[in-house]
Design a binder for this molecule. Structure first.
Ligand code: ADE
Ligand code: ZN
Length: 321
């Protein structure tokens, strides 16, 4: 079975990280700047290790410049998701990588991004802070997010090995008080302690990745009991070296333990993936079929950062599956 036509919800996708290599090369040519040194001989993205990934990622992002470029990128990313059967996408944008977090420039970029739509797909935009740029930057990003009408949520990505979740509590408190829904990357390059501390100090509804919770049975039980939703991106975890292959990835074990699982791609061109390919690999590895993926998508619809009417629309489109 191929999965392109199967209706899907994707909760964890980075706008900048969804830029295909050809898009970044074309932007560099358009601006007359040299292409960033992030490509391998096959023309795809190339990096080494997680630190190398984040550095290459930021170098590729640096080529993106101006509201028009971001609007074109958003349109291309949405069209690509729609072609892959995604009916609702939640997309991260990083104000610190867009115009360096400058509030006036970010407002122009955000206006261009949010003006983009695509038939058949609903969207929630989530502003994220970059963890390794520090707590003050995260607080300023939260302030910017709170002041930007139309954002659904606030979150944090970047190097999880930097700082402690408590350092970022003021940013998350500000965003929560502004009515933004919360998600945070944890349990990817940090272990179970990092996930537990993120839950304790940042109180998110969802965790980006969270898969290394599997190393602590007590934490797995806590995630299940508290109904925390994991935005699991297996292909990303395998490409970044967390697990050697699909069979070793803990998504099925987390599901069996009663943790609320959803499936996403993170930065698809970086990991040579798309959501239909993730489904195909998981179907092959675990024998999962349409009923399993429908269940994950219903979990994702329930956990989506959207209003009741949008949620009802998503659920109706999923039932077509
Ligand atoms: N930013 C983009 N992709 C990321 C990932 N997988 N982990 C942390 N930060 C990221
Ligand atoms: Zn991510």
């Amino acid at each position: 079975m191929t999965w392109e036509g199967f209706p899907k919800v994707e909760l964890h996708l980075h706008l900048e990280g969804a830029a295909p290599p050809a898009f970044i090369r074309a932007e560099a040519a358009r601006r007359g700047v040299p292409p960033p040194p992030v490509f391998g001989a096959d023309g795809g993205y190339r990096w080494q290790g997680f630190g190398g990934f984040l550095a290459a990622y930021e170098a590729a992002c640096a080529v993106l410049s101006g509201p028009d470029a971001y609007a074109r990128l958003a349109a291309a990313v949405l069209a690509d998701r729609a072609a892959d059967g995604v009916v609702h996408a939640e997309i991260f944008i990083a104000p610190q990588l867009i115009a360096g977090g400058d509030p006036v420039a970010f407002a122009e970029h955000w206006a261009a991004i949010r003006s983009v739509s695509c038939p058949g797909i609903s969207i929630a935009w989530i502003a994220i802070a970059v963890r390794h740029l520090g707590p003050q930057g995260a607080l300023e990003t939260a302030r910017l997010a709170a002041a930007s009408a139309g954002l659904a949520g606030f979150g944090m990505a970047g190097d999880e090995r930097f700082g402690h979740p408590a350092d970022f509590a003021p940013a998350f408190d500000l965003a929560r008080e502004a009515g933004l829904a919360l998600t945070v990357h944890a349990g990817e390059f940090g272990g179970p302690d990092s996930v537990a501390a993120a839950l304790d100090h940042l109180r998110p509804a969802r965790i980006g990745h969270g898969v290394r919770a599997i190393e602590s049975p007590a934490l797995v039980a806590r995630l299940a009991a508290e109904g925390i939703v994991l935005e699991v991106c297996p292909g990303s975890n395998i490409a970044l070296g967390l697990y050697p292959d699909w069979a070793a990835h803990p998504v099925a074990a987390l599901d069996r333990a009663g943790v609320r699982i959803t499936l996403s791609t993170d930065d698809p061109p970086w990991f040579a993936t798309r959501l239909s390919l993730e489904y195909a690999a998981l179907a092959r590895t675990h024998g999962w079929g349409p009923e399993d993926f429908r269940r994950f998508n219903r979990t994702a619809a329930a956990a989506a950062f959207c209003d009741a009417a949008t949620r009802a629309g998503i659920l109706a489109r999923l039932e077509g599956a």
